[in-house]
Design a protein around this ligand. Structure first.
Ligand code: 5AD
Ligand code: SF4
Length: 446
């Protein structure tokens, strides 16, 4: 083995923000044992794949990845599987890949990754139990040096039972992290130069409700907003049912709260929302949208949509299309329904939607969504917006990029030394997925 100082870890991450965050934590923790991240698996002493089971074809993706890593393992690298699949199907994976994989561990065991990797040097390791509240340790963000934005986990798991979703089976019951620790972490990050915090959890709006004496989510937002020097607060993900008046009021009171909300609706059809067990209907969703727009004019709304949920008729789908028009979402993630092992929706699978029809619906939705996005971006031309500069653009050294409060990516000529500052930018062009601008002369707003 190479000496400690030259150990390298390669991490491949599939899936959601939670997984990105877990991978960042894994890198930070292993960094304490001398592992440097590498983008080249050929250089790595340790190769980890952080898996996702929410949709698509996770098994195939994993199999091909493990196959590609085989030569690296043969030259001595250790290979491990982390993430939701490791939680959900740990035993099977451990057996199936007995010749290819040294380590399998679920998301609850990320905090122990250093010990697990150490153990895997001498024996194969499987660790996919759920930890109860007393034994789970949220890991502090430790790698924010030089970054403008950071994620802070406020909760793990989810107590909802949306019938399509595998998350409750992979991430376990909802557990809220104590607010005092969240605030402490935000303070530490701001002291290191972070300007924007994104609070993350599967269903942040139910934060703290199970813990006597704990702040609720709205109170947590007010508390975090008190941290001096913190300029922007975002959060994800919200459940429309739990979007209460107190959180909506926060959009009136807290200028730090960004003018963007990701509020997954999944479908515009009440019949399907019932089958999905989402516990809100279209009218309630539209009411929340109206209240949000009243509290924060110009707020940008994005969503998640599933097409082809079992039993979805043409009429149901038309309701989704009409909801897209009614809200005028500024962006969305849209997915074809994918049956997931162990989820309640499997019981509905006697009414599958024809795959060609599913594809057609997805294309129609995405095409219209892109038209709406482009039109919304063009309407912004000539407006001046405060932009938090992230750094140099990937494509052009003379150009820097950042995000508006409403989460739109904007590129404009400027110096990368502005990173971390909020500057006023005049929008000059709108594209489907981003804006182009130029620095405005007037001084920066908040
Ligand atoms: N099939 C398709 N999409 C799904 N999502 C969750 N589970 C499934 C599934 N079985 C989508 C939902 C959710 C997003 C994170 O992933 O839209 O909001
Ligand atoms: Fe899954 Fe529903 Fe929980 Fe979101 S709220 S993680 S979709 S069960």
């Amino acid at each position: 083995m190479p000496s400690d100082s030259t150990k390298k870890v390669f991490i491949k991450t599939f899936g959601c923000q939670m997984n990105d965050y877990d991978s960042a934590k894994i890198k930070a923790l292993l960094g304490k044992d001398g592992y440097e991240p590498t983008a080249d698996p050929g250089q790595a002493d340790l190769i980890l794949v952080n898996t996702c089971s929410v949709r698509e074809k996770p098994e195939q993706k994993l199999r091909s990845f493990i196959g590609e890593m085989r030569p690296h393992r043969q030259r001595g690298a250790k290979v491990g599987i982390a993430g939701c699949m490791a939680q959900h199907a740990g035993e099977q994976l451990f057996k199936r890949y007995r010749k290819d994989v040294d380590l399998v561990f679920g998301p609850d065991h990320v905090p122990q990754v250093r010990a697990l990797v150490e153990q895997a040097q001498s024996e194969r390791v499987l660790q996919n139990s759920f930890l109860d509240d007393d034994n789970y340790a949220f890991v502090r963000e430790t790698t924010s040096e030089g970054r403008v934005g950071a994620f802070v986990t406020i909760q793990k798991g989810c107590d909802n039972k949306c019938t399509f979703c595998i998350v409750p089976a992979t991430r376990g019951m909802e557990l809220s992290r104590p607010s005092a620790l969240i605030v402490e972490e935000v303070q530490a990050l701001v002291a290191q130069g972070v300007r924007e915090i994104t609070l993350i959890g599967q269903n942040v709006n139910s934060y703290g409700l199970k813990v006597p004496g704990e702040l609720n989510f709205a109170q947590l937002l007010y508390r975090v907003a008190e941290v001096p020097g913190l300029q922007r607060i975002r959060y994800t993900t919200s459940h429309p049912r739990d979007m209460g008046p107190d959180v909506i009021q926060a959009y009136r009171d807290l200028p730090q709260l960004c003018s963007h909300l990701h509020l997954p609706v999944q479908s515009g059809s009440d019949r399907l929302l019932r089958r999905m067990k989402r516990y809100y209907d279209r009218a309630r969703y539209l009411d929340v949208v109206a209240q949000l727009r009243d509290a924060r004019p110009g707020i940008s709304l994005t969503t998640d949509i599933i097409v082809g949920f079992p039993g979805e008729t043409d009429e149901d789908f038309e309701h989704t299309m009409s909801l897209l028009e009614a809200v005028g979402f500024e962006g969305s993630f849209s997915f074809k329904y994918s049956a997931r092992p162990g989820t309640p929706a499997l019981r509905l699978s006697d009414e599958p939607v024809d795959p060609a029809r599913m594809q057609e619906r997805l294309m129609r939705f995405q095409t219209r969504q892109q038209e709406l996005q482009l039109a919304a971006h063009k309407r912004l031309v000539d407006q001046v917006m405060p932009v938090l500069v992230e750094g140099a653009s990937k494509w052009d050294e003379q150009v820097i990029c950042g995000r508006t409060s409403c989460f739109r990516m904007i590129n404009f000529p400027g110096d990368a030394s502005l990173a971390g500052q909020i500057v006023d930018v005049r929008i000059t062009r709108g594209f489907t997925n981003s804006l182009r601008g130029e620095l405005a002369e007037s001084p920066a707003g908040a």
